[in-house]
Design a protein around this ligand. Structure first.
Ligand code: UDH
Ligand code: MN
Length: 381
């Protein structure tokens, strides 16, 4: 208002023409500011995204468009059948598989990896050539700050799965800074978000540093009552399982099986006991664990080296506080998170999420919450 008064009242050597010139000038300045603002907004959005994702945007192609994510599942299912129904169901010829292979410790850039697998569809979906897979699989990878592992994972695992003729899509669920890492929650979120995108009939949860060695170890789910754990031995444990109830590394659930156990507990932040907890959930739901033949090497898995996170002691307090009743209130039916980005990359769908740790832990017994707070104070973590 004051500025306007100044313009109108200011004496001008050009009279009325002066006023027009000044007004025109103001329009230009305002326009300029608007555009530069827009520019700044866009630029800083890019910067924010870079900070958020630390790696993905600097070394990978942009989002690839897919057009059916917003359609309801029954429509997508219909669409799917229309595009592939003329193909016959894949018949896996075991002679075309290679068997056990040593893991290659390659470290190509993600861009280079993308060009190695030109046949992928947006969001990291691979379909077999010339036949239709009976199953559609989502591979869920919990992730934070393990870029090199992800590259090694993709370059080793994709060729094996291609040979298995499965229809799979890789989801990388990355936890934003601001909370301690929660592997169980990242797995739950991957399940919840992938279900919104397509109608998967099998979810395979795979740690980014855990690579199956043998392509005869089929990426598929067990039948009704058996959850399939795809590991019988781990390289660093002399190709044995560290303990018999271990279900870590790679595990496959049908959506119905995962719903029956209510997914993973959301309470294990840091290096927790979410695997042991889900073992007990499976047991309480009266389901079995099935594995590849333990007399063969088919279920052997290689792991990638990394600094070990400290094992927090209070994880047992959380674990032992879980029972039928508490587990039914803690899992996929009580998930709280904020999706910051969903991006359909060429080799995977990237889901970037934030978790409010304090809010999640409200659901936990006050005594255990005090123990966690005391541990955080002592270790300053
Ligand atoms: N992860 C990350 N970033 C992290 C921590 C974990 O991406 O900072 C993911 C990643 O997929 C990793 C998985 O979570 O492979 C498991 O974490 P880890 O590799 O640190 O765990 P560790 O090798 O044991 O010690 C894995 C099996 C038992 C996990 C149960 C405890 N959480
Ligand atoms: Mn590990």
């Amino acid at each position: 208002m004051a500025l306007f008064k100044f313009i109108v009242k200011s004496p001008s050597p050009f009279g009325g023409a002066g006023l027009i010139i000044v007004t025109f000038g103001i329009v230009l300045i305002v326009k300029g500011l608007y555009y530069s603002n827009n520019h700044v907004t866009r630029r800083s959005y890019g910067n924010v995204q870079k900070n958020l994702s630390n790696f993905i945007l600097k070394d990978i192609s942009d989002d690839v468009q897919i057009n059916h994510t917003s359609l309801p599942i029954n429509v997508r299912r219909h669409e799917e059948h229309a595009t592939t129904s003329f193909l016959s169901v894949c018949d896996l010829d075991f002679k075309t598989l290679k068997g056990r292979e040593k893991m290659a410790l390659t470290s190509q850039s993600l861009i280079a990896l993308e060009s190695m697998f030109p046949e992928s569809h947006a969001g990291g979906r691979f379909q077999p050539n010339g036949c239709r897979s009976k199953h559609r699989i989502a591979i869920i990878i919990p992730f934070r700050d393990r870029e090199i592992h992800l590259k090694i994972y993709l370059s080793n695992v994709i060729p094996k799965l291609r040979r298995q003729k499965v229809d799979f899509t890789i989801y990388v669920v990355e936890q934003a800074p601001g909370s301690h890492f929660n592997r169980g929650m990242m797995r739950n979120i991957g399940f919840a978000e992938a279900r919104k995108i397509a109608d998967y009939d099998c979810f395979i949860f795979n740690d980014v540093d855990s690579i199956f060695e043998d392509d005869r170890n089929l990426f598929q789910c067990g039948t009704d009552n058996s959850v399939r754990h795809l590991v019988t031995g781990v390289d660093v444990f002399d190709y044995k399982l560290k303990y018999s109830i271990l279900v870590g590394g790679i595990i496959a659930f049908t959506p119905e099986q995962f719903r029956r156990v209510n997914g993973y507990s959301n309470f294990f932040f840091d290096w927790g006991a979410e695997d042991d907890d889900i073992y007990y959930r499976i047991q309480r739901a009266k389901m079995q664990i099935e594995r590849p033949d333990t007399n063969s090497t088919i279920g052997f898995m290689s792991t990638l080296k990394h600094k070990r996170d400290p094992e927090v002691k209070y994880r047992f307090d959380i674990l032992y506080s879980r029972n039928n009743e508490t587990s039914h209130k803690d899992g996929i039916n009580s998930l709280k998170y904020t999706v910051k980005v969903i991006s359909h990359k060429k080799l995977f769908t990237w889901i970037y999420v934030a978790v409010n740790e304090e809010e999640v832990l409200q659901g936990l017994d006050a005594g255990i919450r005090r123990k966690i707070a005391a541990y955080r104070l002592k270790t300053k973590t």
